[in-house]
Design a protein around this ligand. Structure first.
Ligand SMILES: C[S@@+](CC[C@H](N)C(=O)[O-])C[C@H]1O[C@@H](n2cnc3c(N)ncnc32)[C@H](O)[C@@H]1O
Length: 370
């Protein structure tokens, strides 16, 4: 009897779980559809008339209703449907931690320098440096500076992971999370995060169009009356994240501009982290990834880590050189493309019949001999 009751109880729980999962999956489909619709609308407008990119983007920025629908859907999708152990955010954090606090990127940076005939960094082991009144560990420094100076590098790689949660704000990694939506990096106390978005979905995310915000060489982050960001200093942030943001933009030239701006606000030696979705096998879109790698390297951003997760490409780039003038000569579209750029426009429905069309049909029938 007891067995029968526990089997019944187990069965009930299982069916409830399955029903919950089915409901969740269909809610997820609805949210993804809303998000895709915004991407598609922008892309189709651009495909139809790519000369009007500026006005297409301005109209989108003015369209608060559709952007609000998007940000509500994204917030719900990321916080309620996707698992809390979210891999894209924790991947970015782990790379930032390894790079800045543990100095684990000495090898890839050295390799990059060797291949490109740049001065090699010299290992200082666990030597100590005095930074901001604290004794901090230097992972490595450069024997001779390139665009990155010894000070840049030691500032980049100074912090030990020990006690990093008690660091003062000057010692924390300064992160700019572009297209943050709901500020997922707020849960990491050793990051000093500035979260910005065209359509913020949380109070600690500041409104800002990163494609048009004023970038200035001197000064601080500029804020408007309502907390929106109106200016960002160049060479200021240790790290910039673009998580699922580049594919929002309909034009390859806008994606390139976003990356160029990210490079500009980064300190030399700083990190750009890019996450882009792709459910295909690792090799299917390899040409696209090679192309981005080349485009970013022309902007002075050199890939030091790459991971293909089941639905994502995860990439980390270090700002190690000045942009080459080469990228000015090559067409933007050669680099920052995504597979959706080449999807054909959906066939448009035939235009509705006018009164004139009806009359023409009538006349044709009138002319027939029966
Ligand atoms: C798919 S969501 C990604 C949200 C978050 N990064 C994540 O990984 O969950 C893309 C976000 O990029 C933002 N975005 C697109 N273009 C932007 C721009 N020019 N400036 C700032 N944010 C932008 C959108 O408003 C949207 O919230």
């Amino acid at each position: 009897m007891t067995r029968l009751i526990s089997a019944q109880y187990y069965w009930q729980n299982m069916t409830q779980d399955i029903a919950k999962q089915i409901k969740m999956a269909s809610r997820q489909d609805e949210l993804v559809k809303k998000i895709r619709e915004v991407h598609q609308e922008l892309r189709h407008a651009y495909q139809k008339d790519n000369a009007s990119l500026t006005s297409i983007w301005q109209d989108h920025v003015k369209d608060a209703t559709s952007r609000k629908k998007y940000s509500d859907a994204m917030l719900e999708l990321a916080t309620e449907c996707w698992p809390s152990t979210d891999n894209r955010i924790s991947w970015c954090y782990s790379v930032i931690r390894d790079y800045f606090y543990l100095g684990l990127f000495q090898r890839p940076v050295e390799k990059f320098c060797r291949i490109n005939d740049l001065p090699l960094p010299s290992t200082r082991g666990t030597g100590h440096d005095n930074h901001g009144g604290k004794k901090l560990e230097t992972a490595f420094t450069l024997s001779a500076p390139h665009v990155y100076t010894e000070r840049d590098l030691s500032e980049m790689l100074i912090l030990t992971v020990r006690g990093s949660s008690q660091l003062s704000s000057e010692d924390k990694v300064r992160l700019l999370d572009v297209g943050s939506c709901y500020n997922p990096f707020r849960s990491f106390p050793d990051l000093d995060t500035l979260a910005i978005d065209l359509s913020p979905a949380a109070q600690d995310v500041h409104q800002c169009d990163f494609l048009s915000v004023n970038l200035r060489e001197e000064g601080e982050v500029g804020r408007g009356e309502n907390g929106e960001i109106v200016a960002l200093p160049t060479a200021h942030f240790h790290a910039v994240t673009l998580c699922l943001v580049l594919e929002y933009l309909p034009a390859p030239s806008q994606r390139r501009e976003m990356c160029r701006r990210a490079a500009s606000v980064l300190k030399s030696g700083g990190l750009l982290l890019i996450i882009t979705p792709d459910s295909n096998s690792p090799h299917r879109n390899a040409p696209m990834m090679r192309s981005w790698k080349q485009g970013l390297s022309n902007l002075g951003l050199h890939r030091i880590k790459y991971l293909k997760q089941p639905h994502l490409h995860c990439m980390a780039f270090a700002k190690l050189t000045e942009p080459t003038c080469q990228d000015l000569l090559i067409d933007d579209d050669d680099f920052f493309f995504i597979p959706q750029d080449s999807q054909p426009l959906p066939a448009s429905p035939p235009p509705p019949r006018t009164e004139g069309d009806n009359q023409a049909v009538q006349n044709m029938f009138d002319a027939l001999p029966f």
